[in-house]
Ligand binder design. Structure first.
Ligand code: ADP
Length: 397
């Protein structure tokens, strides 16, 4: 702004009217240009505010809402049509947010706080950063209004919690076998007179825990690989019958010991091979985990059946056992990391609690899915649905 006051205008004596007219025209043109510029700036600002994923709400010194961008309307649940011009305590349905704005206008220049908003679909966590607006250079004067910037951190907080849970679980799972191994070894060291058969029992226990520790570390590495970079999978056409036979060969000894029959059934009516576009090693691991679990939960004399068939562009692999089954309330949770229906039983047989989580990640990394159906006492069926290899398993439709 010009602070020196209006400058005197010197006009020539002759043609005085023409000169005034020219001057007025020039000033009018300059003013029009300024108005156009201001309008453009206003529109640019509006576009930026509309495009922000953060919510922005501005109130004047009386607490009247003078601006709310679409993100703020969504995050704070404002009524887009009526919030402008309303008092914030009427427009913003969260008194805690309004009290924060009031506090900031009264005192501190800026405050950031986390608010938990209850919603029918689940609580949301919002970070609200409020800053008062004061005249330039007048930090202590009365606030002209305030601006609140709102960010949704629900997903971030959920991930942080799940990371903490994961580390807590991993530490616990690793500690248990390490403590057991240490205990066995210390007992043997402390008792040089120990009977050979007792020592053998302690050593066998230590070996079993070491094997479980090894499986746990291997599973954790697989999980980290799948979660870290699913794109690192090396996709190529893989023939599923061959992979199933390899898995059967790997578990044959275990199945024979438990007297469980392994069967493979292929439902193909066009003679074509069943091929998926997959990372062969990852597929073998996923199918291996399902078959391994099926055997572990089977009774002697029962059978584990692997069925393969096409469904449109997908190939389905179902692993069915006639074993203990899974209670209805646990069905949704069995794919969670470290979830077990019977934790003690799982640990006793060397289970890591991560096997099905790996299966789920393998399925998802291939653009597929895994589901489970089960009847307690009668058995379970886990079904992997994977995209067929283009042009080979492209469907029988
Ligand atoms: P674990 O190492 O304990 O087998 P998983 O992630 O492979 O871990 O499986 C999670 C839990 O799901 C198991 O502890 C078990 O309670 C249940 N489960 C998995 N497969 C079966 C099955 N075929 N029959 C019954 N329960 C199963």
């Amino acid at each position: 702004m010009d602070t020196d006051g209006p400058r005197p205008i010197r006009l020539p004596l002759l043609g005085r009217n023409a000169a005034v007219e020219r001057l007025v025209r020039e000033r009018t043109w300059m003013l029009e240009q300024r108005v156009v510029e201001l309008e453009r700036e206003r529109q640019d600002l509006g576009r930026i505010l509309r495009g922000l994923s953060e919510g922005v709400v501005a109130v004047d010194r009386a607490g009247i809402v003078v601006h709310a961008n679409p993100a703020a309307i969504g995050l704070l649940g404002l009524d887009g049509a009526s919030c402008l011009g309303s008092h914030m305590f009427v427009a913003i349905p969260h008194p805690a947010a309004c009290e924060l704005i009031e506090d900031v206008m009264r005192g501190e220049g800026r405050v950031t706080r986390e608010l938990v908003i209850e919603r029918p679909e689940g609580d949301s966590v919002l970070v609200v950063a409020v800053r008062s607006l004061r005249k330039a250079g007048r930090d202590d004067g009365e606030a002209e209004g305030a601006i609140a910037v709102v960010r949704d951190v629900t997903e971030l907080r959920r991930l942080e919690r799940s990371r903490q849970d994961f580390f807590g679980n991993v530490s616990h799972e690793l500690k248990t076998p390490v403590t057991a191994i240490r205990g066995s070894i210390e007992t043997i060291i402390d008792d040089p007179e120990m009977l050979p058969e007792v020592r053998a029992r302690f050593l066998d226990g230590a070996r079993r825990h070491a094997v479980r520790l090894g499986s746990l570390v291997t599973d954790l590495i697989s999980l980290a690989r799948l979660e870290g970079d699913p794109g690192a999978l090396q996709l190529a056409p893989v023939e599923v019958e061959g992979v199933t036979c390899e898995v059967f060969a790997e578990v044959a000894e275990d199945a024979a010991r438990r007297e469980v029959r392994l069967e493979l059934e292929m439902r193909v009516d066009d003679g074509r091979e069943l091929v998926v576009e997959a990372d062969e090693e990852a597929l073998r691991q996923a199918l291996g985990n399902l078959v391994h679990n099926a055997i572990a939960h089977s009774d002697p004399g029962s059978r584990v059946l692997v069925e393969l068939w096409r469904d449109g562009a997908f190939l389905l692999i179902a692993v069915t056992d006639e074993g203990t089954g899974i209670p209805a309330e646990a069905l949704e949770r069995v794919f969670e990391r470290f979830y077990r229906v019977d934790a003690a039983r799982s640990r006793a047989r060397g289970g890591t609690g991560i096997g099905l989580s790996i299966v789920k990640h393998v399925a998802q990394a291939h653009g597929g899915s895994v589901t489970v159906a089960s009847t307690p006492g009668a058995g379970s069926t886990f079904t992997l649905r994977l995209p067929g290899s283009a042009g080979v398993a492209g469907g029988n439709s």
